[in-house]
Ligand binder design. Sequence first.
Ligand code: DHB
Ligand code: FE
Length: 320
Amino acid sequence: MSIRTMQSAEVKELLHKVAGFNKTGGNERAKQVVHRVMHDVFQIIEDLDITPEEFWQAVYYINELGQNSEASLLAPGLGMDKYLDIRLDAEDEQAGLSGGTPRTIEGPLYVAGAPQHHAFARMDDGTDSAAEVMILTGQILDQDGQPLANAVVDVWHADSKGGYSYFDRSQSEYNLRRRITTDEQGRYTARSIIPSGYGCPPEGPTQKLLNQLGRHGNRPAHIHFFISKPGYKHLTTQINLAGDEYTYDDFAFATRDELVVDAHRIEDPAEAASFGLAQPFTKVEFNIQLVPTERTELQTRHQRQRALESEVTESQPTTA
Ligand code: DHB
Ligand code: FE
């Protein structure tokens, strides 16, 4: 069947009215975007000969996504977050702001307002006794390798079951979420636990769609970072731990070669003692290079809806 109506005056007029082009009120940008989106949706229906059954399935699928608050989970799974990163990388290149540690997606599970510490923080609440102790440490540097003191390293990661505090209500408040300011050597250190990879809710609408594509909904074990310091470009990034089954098969497309980090098991009691530990642990080291910019709008994370973002004030910590 090839029914072609998109070029008809009737459809063109319909789209014109759908976007409010025949009305004076409203928002011009919204009209432009909605006109284009609805044009392209109509075009897809025509080109792929979408049946009414398929169409209504999609409409009720969107209802289900919203009911489960999974639109922001599906977006990375469909490569949209990665695509925005590709655009930002290209924009940086054009503006001469390339270099430094590469960005990768934020994901939907950040919570604003984590406790602030200087140089060192313990991130876990001590309840996950089966988990492997992790020491996460590194230096924040400029592009010449000079240490950057007082940079803010905002770190968050999942627990040993792949769950994130706040979204997983069984965890304590801000568990595995901390902000650490770097010391004079630009160093930050956290004691935490080795996270497990994350999997989409198995019965949810995101996984349902991925099943239709023959895809899994898993991420490798990973640790998220926001790094900021006045005078430097804000960096949103993550590290993926090497050796995970999904390190190079991340459903959210966040893996980049420069961001794959080895975790080292440390058995030496003297090194353990230097971190105040009486047991072997796993060390993860991640040094980060920031790119200088005077453009203040690039020095902070871009705006988007985030948990508790509007409730908390972003004050700088004073001392240890
Ligand atoms: C998703 C989950 C994550 O932990 C993450 O970092 C990125 C995406 C998600 O559920 O889509
Ligand atoms: Fe994550």
